[in-house]
Design a protein around this ligand. Structure first.
Ligand code: NOJ
Length: 761
């Protein structure tokens, strides 16, 4: 126990001790402890616990300390070092009347000091150990900075790449995202929620934020109940089942009712049906936004709706503090409305071990790192290893890749030398100058074996209005003022003197972010012209893509000899890209989100319904479900990704033709590495319910295995299917398996599959 904490106990600073005995005290004691504490709290102190504020320029530190000491703040976010958090905690546990500790939260989404690839990239690894490693390292680093909670994982299913926040989530698929949600919550927690290196997960954004209309951020969500239950809600549920202690409420409305005032969502579904026991937190300023949503006349009504709906903590506004006392006095809300919320906040603090030791994660000043940004605090080995597992080889004609470490290699593109963009959006405490660019990664890989030459080629954005938008808070996008033609001509010259061209193209990280929706999925700026000019040189052309959403790359796919999707790969991104480009690591990533052919096709996702008039391969297209100026289907399907080796897959063998209720059967394939190098791939199992009480998707992922095989090696890959895998939400929202025929499909992506059928009896 920390010295200060002990002091509090010894001199009896409070009439009771707020320190719980151990972090493993049974629930009964937790409840008793909290009830006892609540008996001593004034109304103002209770309401203070419901306030979560952002540490920033809006409130200078002396004022924050005063507010905390007065018991008017329950927790903060955006203060991210121990020296920053320590005085705040001292103000709470030394100066406040009841010594209730604060908690410190932050958006630790894909790393903290070390940036791992963005979440959409992590998902593309389909590697649960790698994803867990990224979560565990994030928690260790963040907890070592005095943080207790992360506003993550973000598990919003996203099927519309126009939405900039697609980068923050794990893609389009319910099963994959649910698996990752669980892995992440466990990884953040580690051994025990009260451990010094544990972060409490606050899963977000509850709910359905990824389904905003038109992919426009903060927009309306309107969705059928069956789609909600079947496709969009399970990942949040999985995170909660895994023990997420917090839930952040989404900014959008759901079928007309904002999530922040949605009693059905926050009470009936979350608390009653799912049994959630933790704390709910509004998103930034969302309670006041109920006025603009058009469901509250003023702050008073907004506060009433939110507390009644079940919003425990209010993020970065003072609306609860200003309005709840009056609402209570006038009988518009009950004491119980407030007490239930306070109980959850205190419960979360209890679970985080903060009553046992408020300085559990902040530690003593004597143990503070000498340099907060010190190199020794990073986890470079882990970041590099995870990053290379997330990269997806989209094309590789004539074995253009792997490159040889010889001759002259032209590296082209503004992104090739951008340290900031490597980190991706929501890069937490990541420091740009500590990240390895693609250029630097390639340079250190080749040493003096090959010559690297560079040209910028094109800016990622040229339109001053777009640049201004992206540079709203800080300079995110730096541009070269030279005319585009001059930069392209320079790049062509550099390419002509080289043996191979590596063009690093894509988006700036801020283009795939909150409030960064797009109406085009083309490469921005003049990068398309740059690629066309590089292609015209006749040199082998490798595109290294950096982007946080699927892009429409039809033209680029025709022009390039090879394409590697690297997302925003994090602190060690440049080294990881080099590992893959030179074949020191054989790529094994698979897309977690469909890449469309054009923006007009959206939404395009693999688990769609068949419709009554599907386009049949080889048959005329008239009066079928399609666009007449565009080939049906995506450019790259969900689950797609190549390797430097080749794999063959046998037909599917089922252990039986029928499955009994409560029984199981197995589906097996033989996977063979038929190429010349060792490699890993992901064997994916999909199911289709042929005739059910509601139309079921043409296929749905139900399991997968990432398998590593030596060149020439083969392996039987077996999946066990149970009745549980066949269940879905029927029109009455009952989770059932209906008898009849099911197709089992196994493939190395979602479109090229081998099929068998069985019956559920
Ligand atoms: C707003 C974002 O929507 C949310 O994801 C984030 O956690 C909060 N701001 C806090 O930074």
């Amino acid at each position: 126990m920390n010295k200060l904490c002990l002091l509090g106990l010894v001199v009896g600073l409070a009439s009771h001790s707020v320190m719980a005995e151990t972090t493993t005290t049974p629930l009964a004691n937790k409840n008793a402890f909290i009830s006892n504490l609540m008996k001593q709290m004034t109304l103002a102190e209770k309401i203070g616990q419901l306030r979560l504020i952002s540490i920033g320029p809006e409130m200078p530190q002396p004022q924050i300390l005063k507010e905390i000491a007065a018991g008017r703040i329950g927790g903060t976010f955006n203060s991210i070092t121990r020296p920053e958090n320590r005085p705040l905690q001292q103000a709470a546990v030394v100066n406040s009347r009841l010594k209730i500790p604060m908690f410190f939260a932050y958006d630790v989404v894909h790393g903290h000091r070390t940036a791992f690839p963005i979440s959409l990239g992590l998902a593309a690894s389909w590697d649960m150990d790698a994803i867990a490693l990224s979560g565990r390292v994030s928690a260790k680093e963040a907890a070592a900075d005095g943080l207790d909670m992360t506003f993550a994982p973000m598990v919003d299913i996203s099927r519309d790449p126009r939405w900039g926040r697609s980068s923050e989530g794990f893609g389009e698929d319910t099963y994959l995202v649910s698996r990752i949600a669980k892995v992440m919550v466990n990884a953040y927690r580690g051994e025990h929620p009260g451990s010094a290196d544990s972060l409490m997960a606050s899963v977000k954004h509850f709910a359905l934020y990824g389904a905003v209309e038109g992919g426009k951020d903060y927009n309306t969500v309107d969705m059928s109940p069956t789609r909600m239950y079947q496709d969009y809600l399970p990942p949040y549920h999985a995170a909660i089942d895994a023990g997420a202690g917090g839930v952040m409420i989404a900014l959008n409305s759901i079928n007309g009712i904002p999530a922040t005032s949605n009693t059905w969502l926050l009470k009936d579904l979350l608390r009653k049906d799912w049994g959630f026991k933790g704390v709910t937190i509004s998103d930034h300023g969302a309670i006041k936004e109920l006025i603009r949503h058009g469901v509250a006349r003023d702050d008073r009504e907004a506060a009433k709706l939110a507390i009644k709906a079940g919003v425990d903590m209010s993020m970065n506004d003072s609306v609860y503090g200003e309005q709840l006392p009056g609402l209570l006095k006038d009988g518009e809300i009950t004491q119980n409305d407030i007490d239930s919320a306070v109980r959850e906040v205190l419960g979360a603090k209890y679970d985080m071990g903060l009553f046992a030791d408020p300085f559990r994660r902040i530690g003593d000043a004597a143990t503070d790192p000498i340099d907060t940004n010190g190199e020794s605090r990073l986890h470079r080995v882990e970041a590099r290893d995870v990053a290379r597992k997330t990269m997806v080889l989209l094309k590789n004609d004539n074995e253009t890749l792997p490159l040889k470490k010889q001759g002259t290699i032209a590296v082209i593109g503004a992104l090739a030398k951008s340290q900031l963009d490597m980190l991706g959006s929501w890069s937490a405490a990541g420091v740009p100058h500590q990240s390895v660019t693609v250029f630097d990664g390639l340079a250190s890989a080749v040493g003096d074996k090959a010559k690297l030459v560079y040209a910028r080629g094109a800016n990622v954005a040229d339109d001053p209005a777009i640049i201004k938008y992206l540079n709203f808070m800080v300079t995110e996008v730096e541009t070269d003022p030279r005319p585009a033609e001059e930069m392209i001509a320079e790049a062509v010259k550099v390419a002509q003197q080289s043996d191979v061209v590596v063009a690093v193209v894509g988006e700036s990280r801020g283009m795939s972010h909150e409030s960064a929706s797009r109406t085009s999925l083309n490469l921005p700026g003049r990068q398309q012209d740059l690629i066309a000019a590089l292609k015209a040189t006749g040199k082998p052309l490798v595109l290294v893509l950096m982007n946080g959403r699927p892009l429409a790359l039809v033209k680029e796919q025709q022009q390039a000899d090879a394409m590697l999707e690297t997302w925003f790969p994090g602190t060690e991104g440049g080294n990881a890209v080099a590992d893959v480009l030179f074949g020191d690591y054989n790529p094994s990533g698979k897309l977690a989100m469909t890449f469309p052919r054009s923006i007009g096709q959206l939404p395009v996702y693999y688990a769609h319904l068949n419709t009554g008039r599907p386009l049949m391969p080889g048959k005329p297209g008239n009066y079928t479900s399609q666009y007449f100026e565009e080939t049906n289907g995506p450019l790259f399907p969900f689950g797609y990704g190549l390797s430097y080796t080749q794999f063959s897959l046998s037909d599917v063998t089922l252990s039986a033709k029928d499955m009994k209720r409560g029984g199981t059967l197995t589906a097996s394939v033989t996977l063979k590495n038929t190429g010349k190098v060792d490699g890993a791939t992901v064997v994916q199992l999909y199911l289709h319910d042929v005739a059910a009480s509601i139309s079921r998707p043409v296929k749905e992922l139900k399991n997968f295995q990432k398998v590593m095989l030596k060149a020439g090696e083969e392996k039987v890959v077996t999946f066990t299917l149970s009745e549980e895998d066949l269940k879905f939400f029927n029109p009455a929202l009952k989770f059932v398996a209906e008898p009849g025929e099911f197709n089992v499909m196994i493939g190395l992506d979602s479109s090229d599959v081998k099929q068998q059928s069985f019956n559920l009896l």
